[in-house]
Design a binder for this molecule. Structure first.
Ligand SMILES: Cc1ncc(C[n+]2csc(CCOP(=O)(O)OP(=O)(O)O)c2C)c(N)n1
Length: 365
């Protein structure tokens, strides 16, 4: 285990002052400290490729090494600018990557994380990125040496962090809040939608709650496809289904996920599927990985999606009006967006979808 303050001090010693990234549960203690920094010293990016690019820009302006943090599942998003711009044989940009290592070998994690966890080191090797695994305080010396190497060679370097490495969290977990509006909404939603609907749900608590609520209440309306990975892509999977499926297609999205690949909204607006129904569960945070802010609170989604070609926008804040709003969405001719402002909080002892092949078969049937 490593105290996150000691970790930050090591970076300070090496003159690392700028942080950007996409939050991860393994790194939430780090986020908690970074959130207190000034807005020009720490930027929560919408996706990992953008974070790498922001870091590149910071280096070009200052000649200083940026720190980019991410979950290993975000390496896919990061790889494009990492190889095509930052790589030693292109523009040779030094940066420190802090990577939350979900699914590290011998850990007990979800299947999608175990796959990525197993190949994470090989990916870094392929990318020619020198890395260390930080396990305890002693490794901080290794980290400082690694940063020196990155600076001298003007190359990206990486530090892998396993689950429960960082300690000293003073984070308030959202589980303490009793009322969970997401749960109330999902229950109303499942009970209201037509029987033959298809539902695609986003990564994190939304998919887990949908799975659990359906199971516990034995609700048969609709079929679910849980995006346990591929964060930000639930809407495009839904669009693909809506292009050929005759019934209604609902995409249950999160604000962090929607922002991650917001360009998809234009494709949806352009495609004009009448049966495409987008639901945004907006809590202004990446709740599933620690509650880091997304800045989605003040976005005018009405103007945004209408200008991108959506036909309808509906909004509901009050849980007593959920069913009414869901019915409006069902009756509308899509593409339509329903935005729901939800409070933080999730179900206690939340279970996880498993047996993905069975879920897929059920969905396709
Ligand atoms: C590409 C990628 N980056 C980061 C993550 C880690 N991650 C899982 S859920 C999540 C937060 C999603 O936020 P949001 O869509 O707002 O839903 P909420 O957690 O608030 O329900 C993040 C960052 C991931 N799974 N994949």
């Amino acid at each position: 285990m490593t105290n996150v303050d000691d970790f930050i001090n090591s970076l300070k010693k090496k003159n690392i002052r700028f942080f950007t990234g996409v939050p991860d549960s393994v790194l939430k203690q780090l986020s908690f400290i970074l959130d207190k920094k000034k807005s020009n010293e720490h930027v929560v990016a919408t996706n990992e490729g953008s974070a790498i690019s922001l870091g590149i820009g910071y280096y070009l302006a200052t000649k200083k090494m940026p720190c980019v943090y991410l979950q290993n599942s975000g390496l896919g998003n990061a790889i494009n600018p990492l190889i095509s711009i930052a790589h030693k044989k292109v523009y040779s940009i030094p940066m420190l990557l802090i990577i939350g290592w979900r699914g590290a070998p011998k850990s007990n994690d979800e299947p999608q994380h175990m796959i990525k966890g197993k190949i994470t080191r090989s990916l870094l090797k392929l990318l020619n990125i020198k890395f260390i695994i930080l396990s305890n305080k002693k490794d901080l010396k290794k980290l400082e040496k690694l940063i020196t190497f990155g600076l001298q060679n003007k190359a990206p370097v990486a530090c892998l962090i396993r689950k429960n490495t960082f300690i000293n969290s003073k984070i308030e977990t959202s589980e303490k809040i009793k009322k969970n509006t997401r749960e109330i909404f999902i229950e109303d939603f499942l009970k209201t939608i037509p029987k033959n609907s298809k539902i695609v749900s986003t990564t994190g608590y939304t998919s887990r709650e949908l799975f659990q609520i359906r199971k516990q209440n034995k609700i048969k309306n609709g079929k679910d496809f849980y995006m346990v990975g591929g964060m930000g892509h639930a809407s495009m999977v839904s669009l693909g289904i809506s292009s050929k499926f005759k019934g209604q297609v609902f995409c249950l999205d999160g604000d962090g996920s929607l922002l991650m690949h917001m360009g998809s909204l234009r494709t949806i607006g352009n495609f004009k599927s009448k049966n495409f129904k987008h639901i945004l569960l907006n809590n202004n945070m990446h709740e599933s990985v620690g509650g880091q802010v997304t800045h989605a609170k003040n976005i005018n989604f009405n103007k945004l999606v209408k200008s991108l070609g959506y036909k309808n926008y509906f909004k509901v804040n009050d849980e007593f009006n959920y069913v009414k709003a869901i019915n409006k969405l069902i009756k509308s001719s899509g593409p339509s967006l329903l935005e729901i402002k939800i409070n933080p909080g999730t179900i206690k002892n939340l279970i996880r979808p498993k047996n993905f092949l069975k879920i897929k078969e059920e969905f396709i049937k």
